[in-house]
Design a binder for this molecule. Structure first.
Ligand code: RVP
Length: 499
């Protein structure tokens, strides 16, 4: 006879947090949102922790190298989508690892023989007013000088005046040698009142430019998620089919964390993939998705470093409709978190869990954490920002961005849904859609983090583990949901827009 679960499968919307005593030191500024992403032994520290409990989904419409840099700068991690060729995914990983916060590869370059007209054309094209002058006009060529907007006067100078006559020549430049740290570079910038400091190697070849404004932005990002070499930490999605080609290339590119991206991770294919990675590489790997304690145990025993939770809750996901499998996201997180705690008690090993999909309101993040998730993964949320890889389009009077599921025909990611058999997507498990455009990642994430921290203070908690221990969570009735929104008033237009 089949096994019946008598409790219905529940979503975040069905729960609320009850406040605990808020002490005076319990302020948002004092809340620490750091959280483990890889398993660790009791009393030890995880190899990798996030500074905020946010990851961006393994999706074409969400996580490329731009998203990865933007999110790591704020303290979270992106998992670069795996539904692309091994080479292009590895290139994206390489770009994130090569991105040195504050050190930029010069994007506007000239040769000394070019003219003022070329300078103006380049400025028009790139918007940059500082150009490097190199022997061969490349970003890494021998540095001969720098041109800035202060070096010429359009009204007086002839358009065919040579760059070599306009530039500040290398002999008069303040520059620094390879290996200079960002803080040393900043000291030079301040000391000499520079806007831009070139970094050159021992042969005078240009390596990077450090701009005053970038240093300031670095100082404004104290939570940046960096490795020991000060490169951003980045994740990447893999599948259970081509992992023997994909994983070596990603590891070679410098990936920090892998995750097997699948709608149903409770499978022998995942076990084999985790075992292969653990036996051959020194890289962290998460597995999933699962929705119960059995799935959790199975993947943990295979060696996974973290477990991803959730089937069918994604905003673009129609797996439940199509196949009738899945579980309400809250119920799944609650059960898997209990299994994680039980495993920790038994073995002294803590395996972090990630609640993946189904976050609609900011408070759902806080609920997921309170229910035991160590971090969350979001697709729709990040797809709305400038940094996501998709097109921004105007529909009517509103800007929207495209957002499609990995199970849609558009993504062609059959590996994510494969249960053996025909190597193609037999039917769709995801839709192609739009989401409202919301601006920059930074401004939106700051607002969400403020809400999360503020609710944590209401719950008397200054850290995620404290929240998980102290949280008091109640089910809501359908009528109390109505009570929770604005009700029995006539909304003014300004309030409707804010909804
Ligand atoms: P959401 O944040 O609700 O948009 O959900 C994102 C999650 O949805 C992903 O991390 C993934 O687990 C799942 N997903 C991605 N594609 C599809 C699909 O096409 N069914 N589902």
């Amino acid at each position: 006879m089949a096994t019946y679960y008598n409790e219905p499968s529940r979503t975040f919307n069905e729960f609320l947090l009850l406040p605990n005593l808020t002490t005076k030191e319990c302020t948002p500024a004092n809340v620490d949102l750091s959280t483990p992403i890889t398993k660790f032994k009791k009393g030890e520290k995880p190899a990798i922790s996030l500074n905020i409990p946010f990851s961006s989904a393994v999706m074409q419409a969400v996580s490329d190298h731009h998203m990865a840099v933007a999110l790591a700068r704020c303290g979270g991690i992106s998992f670069i989508f795996g539904s692309q060729s091994v080479e292009s995914q590895a290139t994206m990983v390489r770009k994130v690892k090569a991105y040195k916060a504050g050190f930029v590869v010069s994007k506007s370059n000239l040769t000394p023989d070019q003219t003022l007209k070329d300078i103006l054309d380049l400025k028009e094209l790139t918007g940059h007013s500082t150009c490097a002058v190199t022997e061969d006009g490349t970003a890494k060529g021998k540095l001969l000088g720098i041109v800035t907007g202060r070096d010429y006067r359009i009204s007086r100078d002839s358009l065919d005046k040579k760059v070599s006559e306009i530039m500040t020549p290398f002999s008069s430049l303040i520059y620094a040698k390879s290996g200079t740290t960002l803080s040393e570079a900043n000291d030079l910038i301040w000391e000499h009142k520079l806007n831009c400091l070139p970094i050159v190697d021992e042969n005078q070849n240009l390596e990077f430019l450090v701009f005053r404004k970038d240093y300031d932005s670095r100082k404004n990002n104290p939570l940046s998620l960096l490795d020991a070499n000060k490169s951003y930490i980045v994740g990447a999605g893999i599948n259970t089919k081509d992992y023997k080609e994909r994983v070596p290339a990603l590891v070679e590119a410098g990936v920090d964390v892998l995750v097997i991206d699948s709608s149903d991770g409770f499978s022998e294919w995942q076990k084999e993939t985790v075992e292969y990675v653990k036996a051959n590489f020194n890289v962290a790997i998460g597995a999933g998705n699962v929705v119960d304690k059995e799935g959790f145990r199975y993947l943990v025993e295979a060696g996974a470093d973290f477990i991803k939770v959730g089937i069918g809750g994604g905003s673009i996901c129609i797996t439940r409709e199509q196949k009738g499998i899945g579980r309400g996201q809250a119920s799944a997180v609650i059960e898997v978190a209990a299994a994680r705690d039980e495993y920790f008690k038994e073995t002294g090993i803590y395996v972090p869990i990630c609640s993946d999909g189904g976050i609609v309101h900011d408070y759902h993040v806080t609920l997921a954490l309170a229910m035991g998730a160590d971090f969350v993964m979001l697709g729709r949320y990040f797809a709305r920002f400038d940094e996501s890889p998709t097109k921004k389009v105007k529909i009517g009077n509103n800007f929207v961005k495209e957002y499609w599921g990995e199970g849609s025909n558009r993504a062609r990611n059959w590996q994510r849904y494969d249960t053996g058999g025909k190597q193609s997507l037999v039917f769709e498990e995801g839709v192609d859609s739009y989401v409202p455009y919301a601006g920059t990642l930074r401004e939106n994430l700051d607002r969400t983090l403020n809400k999360v921290k503020s609710t944590m203070c209401n719950c008397g908690s200054l850290s995620i583990p404290e929240l998980q221990q102290k949280a008091r969570i109640t089910l809501v009735s359908a009528t109390s949901l109505v009570e929770g929104g604005a009700h029995d008033v006539i909304l003014k237009e300004s309030s409707m827009a804010a909804e």
